[in-house]
Design a protein around this ligand. Structure first.
Ligand code: ADP
Ligand code: ASP
Ligand code: MG
Length: 403
């Protein structure tokens, strides 16, 4: 007998028919003699709809109240799924995040899981119940409801798998696995049979939303093998695991991230310590900076450009305007019309020419590159948002359709 964690995303439980479909997958697993813990997200677009409802009333509502609202989405799914499982004649209990033992940091809307106290889950499994847990939520040290950030149910599932020492963690979604690019956008995207934690982590961080990046980080940390698969077909999915004896893919995928803003700080003094002081300002407000570009100094001044997540754009501009008021500088600009396109592959480390091939694909498609950044297993470029989908297709076909 095995302990299996199965997670179902929003589209997998979007309506009554889908909920019944999930109930069948879960009970089929249970019938085979397994203990099953199920993690579910809110139905369909429920979380987006709740955010809209909040904004109608108060766009500046406190994060605590936002979490109180958003957590409601998952409460609906767990109860409906439990009812569907009851209908099929199996013993089941639904649990909210706090009931399932999710203790988190106090950072409302982006809380981190500190610990999962599995006592209740284990008790219910001992009673032979199927346990259905609300993903995306927990409770902080003030006994307030928290949420884990968008896409957080994946992380809830991996956390339960780690805390209960589960034998298998399956992430069911609306595509058949992890592909070389978003299969909804790139028609020749190929399903990967297997991908390493490191590559998956990069892809997820760089915009492939099929798995939440924190869930991959946690899976790697606790060595939990993940299977990403479709709740709608029976096709085999993608295994995400440690890269032992795995063939290193030159490029395993292309990802797009449009949640990017480019900030340009123009005409600042070309003196030692300037970059340090500038980025300290951002760090002090916990604003993460991604790609950085600094021009060569000319006439005693230089320009510094960097990217941040869109939601941090305004605050970053304000900080930079205050900064140039003190140190001197010409102006601060922001562009939100940009996208970051990345390729990821563990094989890049030992192969030259990968960047050239990516740049050639962009040149062929007449797409201009604004900024570039590289690491051992990834290359990212910043381009005009208008070109984003074209760029992904052009790069994807360069690496996967030729040869
Ligand atoms: P869920 O609701 O199940 O959590 P998500 O919408 O969060 O599902 O993630 C699944 C979606 O991720 C797919 O529908 C697909 O459009 C998108 N996606 C983006 N990049 C990839 C990729 N490389 N492989 C598979 N899916 C991807
Ligand atoms: N319902 C949450 C969201 O839409 C969590 C999740 O789907 O994983 O972000
Ligand atoms: Mg998701």
């Amino acid at each position: 007998m095995s302990l299996i964690v199965q997670k179902f995303g929003g589209s997998s439980v979007a309506n009554a028919e889908r909920v019944m479909n999930v109930a069948r997958i879960v009970t089929d697993t249970y019938k085979k003699g397994n203990s099953v813990v199920v993690v579910v997200s809110a139905q369909g677009d429920t979380t987006d709809d709740l955010i809209e409802k909040a904004n109608e009333i108060n766009p500046n509502a406190s994060k605590r109240e936002k979490d109180m609202l958003l957590a409601a989405g998952e409460q609906i799914s767990i109860s409906l799924l439990a009812m569907a499982i009851e209908k099929l004649g199996y013993p089941v209990v639904s649990l909210l995040g706090w009931q399932a033992g999710f203790q988190t940091s106090s950072a409302y809307t982006s809380a981190r899981i500190k610990r999962v106290n599995t006592d209740r889950i284990m008790k219910e499994l001992d009673k032979k119940n199927i346990v259905v847990v609300a993903g995306f939520q927990g409770i902080n040290r003030y006994n307030d409801v928290t949420t884990l950030g968008r896409g957080g149910s994946d992380t809830s599932a991996v956390a339960i798998a780690a805390a209960t020492n589960a034998d298998l963690c399956q992430i069911y979604t609306d595509v058949e696995g992890v592909y070389t690019a978003d299969p909804r956008k790139v028609k020749n995207a190929r399903k990967l049979d297997i991908i390493s934690y490191d590559e998956m982590l990069e892809l997820a961080t760089l915009g492939a939303q099929v798995l939440n990046n924190r869930s991959v980080e946690m899976a790697k940390k606790y060595n939990i093998e993940l299977e990403v698969l479709s709740s709608m077909t029976n096709a085999p999915g993608t295994i995400v695991k440690e890269a032992v004896k795995m063939e290193k893919m030159l490029v395993s995928g292309v990802a797009k991230d449009t949640n990017v803003a480019r900030i340009s700080v123009i005409g600042v003094p070309d003196v030692p310590g300037l970059a340090f002081k500038l980025f300290s300002k951002l760090a002090s407000k916990k604003i993460n900076v991604d790609i950085i570009l600094q021009s060569i100094g000319r006439d005693g001044t230089k320009d510094i450009l960097f990217t941040v997540a869109k939601e941090n754009g305004k605050e970053a501009v304000k900080l930079m305007e205050d900064f140039i008021d003190v140190v001197g500088g010409k102006e601060v600009n922001i562009s939100e019309n940009v996208a970051k396109i990345s390729i990821v592959g563990a094989g890049m480390e030992s192969h030259s020419g990968v960047a050239t091939k990516m740049f050639e694909a962009l040149y062929d498609a007449q797409i201009n590159i604004q900024m570039i950044s590289t690491s051992e297993i990834k290359i990212s470029v910043l381009i005009d948002a208008y070109d984003a989908d074209n760029a992904v297709s052009a790069i994807h076909s360069k690496f996967f359709d030729e040869n």
